[in-house]
Design a binder for this molecule. Structure first.
Ligand SMILES: [Zn+2]
Length: 421
């Protein structure tokens, strides 16, 4: 179990503006302990140079600068040359806090990336090497592996933009056998040539700056199966999955976890196993399995009848199953209600232009979506508790087309998303 830490998630006792994150540190520490108890390994991903937002704003002279290109720095980072001591302070404290509970420290220098100021760009590889050196020392002191894992995400893009052999130079500076993680196979091949162990990195629910793919439940059985097979064929030592963690995607989490344990498991068996965790009765388990498989089928064939069936089954289940698990089924029932409404509208030919955002979303649909969301906790971010005001309507009129576009674009049969290599 690996957790990424982001700017607003940092805690440091010297900075009152970070105190809100202290409870999260406690929760994560307990989660790591629990993970160890049940035999899992743990890790953290840190993005060197990242600092809490308040520290970023309080230190304008140290702030990282943007560079040209898609890989350019974007985030609450400090320039390595100007602010490395301050930046490392937060990561050092974090590792000290979780001391004994972290097996692997992964660093990911490029997402967001290294400062784009002239000096940093001129010495790009040198800066990465310095970062590696500093974080290896931290890993030796605070982690069980005593060695870093290296996530080289975006390095291929940097190389394309800056030129040279950045990947090879950086990988050559890592100790032999370092676990290198990337989503680009050609980059991993270079890592392999440099003598490293490699792990493939793929995504479920990539945010892409939006949450449009996160809210609507997708079991992703085929995608997970295909990616794990590819990774095994390539001889990767592991596969890392990166995703947001909305409650409504727990099916894919479970499937991914089980497939990592045993890639030979059949999807249906995994879902049946999950249904036994969630449902009390045999009938309930059968319904749950059928619903999940119908949902998966919807993502392949886009036949709204499958979606309606899944929604009907989740609705039937939500009041009768295991105490403590009802919430999970309710979430699936609530999400698929809204999702079905949008999909029905889409199926009637609401598509204006393939692949484009839908321009016409009627008030009638918005009212229905709103009525389906109200009083359902999973939609709290979209629905004000007080009233149906214009602002919420405006928000939904943006989001509903996004979800519809996501339905249109994702997961057609036998097609793995183009950005997964
Ligand atoms: Zn700089």
């Amino acid at each position: 179990m690996v957790i990424d830490f982001w700017s607003n998630q940092y805690y440091h006792p010297d900075y009152e503006t970070t105190y809100h994150a202290k409870p999260r540190y406690d929760i994560i520490k307990n989660a790591f302990k629990y993970a160890h108890d049940i035999g899992l390994r743990t890790g953290v991903v840190l993005f060197p140079c990242m600092v809490p937002a308040s520290v970023y704003y309080d230190n304008p002279s140290m702030r990282a600068r943007n560079a040209e290109g898609p890989w350019g720095y974007k985030g609450c980072h400090l320039c390595w040359n100007k602010g490395k001591e301050l930046a490392v302070k937060f990561d050092r404290y974090l590792l000290e806090y979780f001391n004994g509970e972290v097996d692997t420290l992964f660093i990911e220098p490029n997402d967001p990336g290294i400062c784009g100021c002239k000096e940093c760009m001129k010495n790009y590889v040198q800066i990465v090497k310095e970062i590696i050196e500093v974080y290896e020392k931290l890993a030796r002191k605070y982690t069980a592996d005593r060695w870093i894992g290296f996530i080289s995400w975006w390095f291929s893009e940097v190389e394309r933009a800056v030129g040279g052999n950045i990947c090879r130079e950086v990988f050559s500076s890592l100790p032999k056998g370092t676990l290198v993680v990337d989503g680009v196979r050609s980059t991993l091949n270079i890592a392999k040539e440099c003598g490293h162990e490699i792990a493939f990195f793929f995504m479920l629910d990539p945010e892409r700056g939006w949450e449009d793919r996160a809210l609507i439940t997708r079991p992703e059985l085929r995608l997970i199966d295909a990616q794990i097979k590819k990774s095994l064929e390539a001889g990767d030592v592991g596969i890392m999955n990166y995703r947001l963690t909305p409650f409504c995607q727990f099916i894919a989490d479970y499937v991914f976890g089980r497939k990592c344990w045993d890639a030979s498991l059949f999807d249906k068996n995994i879902i049946t196993e999950l249904s036994a965790e969630i449902c009390r009765t045999n009938e309930g388990r059968e319904k749950f399995t059928e619903a999940v498989l119908a949902l998966e089928k919807w993502w392949m064939d886009k036949d709204v009848r499958d979606l309606r069936r899944a929604n009907k089954l989740f609705n039937e289940l939500k009041y009768v199953e295991k105490e403590g698990m009802i919430e999970k089924i309710e979430i699936l029932a609530d999400v698929t209600v809204v999702f079905t409404l949008i999909a029905e509208y889409w199926a009637k030919g609401a598509l204006i232009k393939p692949g484009k955002v839908y321009e016409k979303v009627t008030d009638e649909l918005l009212e229905k979506v709103y009525a389906s969301m109200i009083d359902k906790p999973i939609f709290e971010g979209y629905i004000g508790k007080e009233a149906w005001v214009n602002r919420q309507r405006a928000l939904l009129s943006l989001k509903v087309p996004m979800w519809m576009t996501a339905i249109d674009q994702l997961n057609t049969r036998d097609k793995i998303r183009r950005w997964v290599q």
